[in-house]
Ligand binder design. Sequence first.
Ligand code: C5P
Length: 398
Amino acid sequence: MSSLSQKRIILGITGGIAAYKSAEIARRLQDEGAEVRVIMTDSAQEFIRPLTLQALTGKPVHTDLLDPKAEAAMGHIELARWADIVLIAPATANFIAVLSQGVANDLLTTVCLASSGSIVVAPAMNQAMWSQPVSLDNIERLKQRNITIFEPDDGIQACGDTGPGRLQQPEAIVDQLCGIFDSGILSGKRVVITAGPTREAIDPVRYISNHSSGKMGFALASGMIDAGAAVTLISGPVSLDSPDRCQLIPVVSASEMLEAATEAVKEADIFISSAAVADYQVTEASSQKIKKKSDKMSLNLSKTPDIVAILSENNPKMFVLGFAAETENIESHARDKLNRKNLDAIIANDVSRDDIGFNSDNNEALWIDANSCQSLSKKSKTQLAREIIVLIAEKIDN
Ligand code: C5P
């Protein structure tokens, strides 16, 4: 399976003759399993019609920064947060100059400025324009801002010149994009991740549970796979597709999760406890459906096993990352859990907000470890997962 599978890619098209190749790029990205949304500049639309890209992607093409209808559906900030990567292919000399200055004067430049994900620029221009010191300076400036450049090919150009400046072939662009996700920073590591809610049975038809969607844990699993790790994902009941190339163990209750995790971590280097494990279980679940009789009823509850605390104590060499869902005093409550559960680090997030956390596609969090607390700004859970994985890799290296 491709590392572009389930990735969200914005394909930005600017106005050069190579824009015709962008249709093929859009198609190939989708063949690899990526979700693609297209942004076209005004001049790109002189070379290729938005309808072509709309037909290929099945999604409306985004063209205007100040279009109230488009903003209501998916505005520029939403688009920037949605994307795992913004790929600009072809990128003209003018677009590169504007981007290098940090100007945000149309939808594509604004999305680039608002994006906290990766940006990739595939230049295409006449060889003389490419070789100008000012163009090379602009490219250098983009590289310094961690923008990846897919260097242009050398060869015969549309204008009849020969030299560097041709847009790379669509298949080469898509291959290199796969390499960006395949960071390999945790190559050879074995990682166990718990995700989603647990369900604690009351009787055969009822249960206690919570609103966890599992999205953060699944995003961490995908990110870990891209980082080269062997991943076991132990998930409570969720409605998400399993990431490719990972071993998924479905469980229902906290006790089942503990049993599966205890077995899975035997060989693990890293344990990530992102599951929203129920704190209490019904002490004695009824084997028959409980009948509605009296006006009031009460349930006798007892604490579930604290999976992350147990596994951390029993596996002192394993790197353990916990999660803390808080509604107030976020840092101090999370730090308390870090110490009490003997964790190497904890991700704390505010679950009182509607725009992040439970069920949302976005999240914003604090990374807290013994020596530091750093805030991870609001972004898609996929992007946040990649940021967390880089932090884990750095910690393990140290
Ligand atoms: O104490 P609290 O539930 O807030 O702690 C959150 C962290 O502990 C999360 O990493 C969660 O996955 C883990 N946890 C657990 N077993 C429990 C309760 C929480 O592993 N029974």
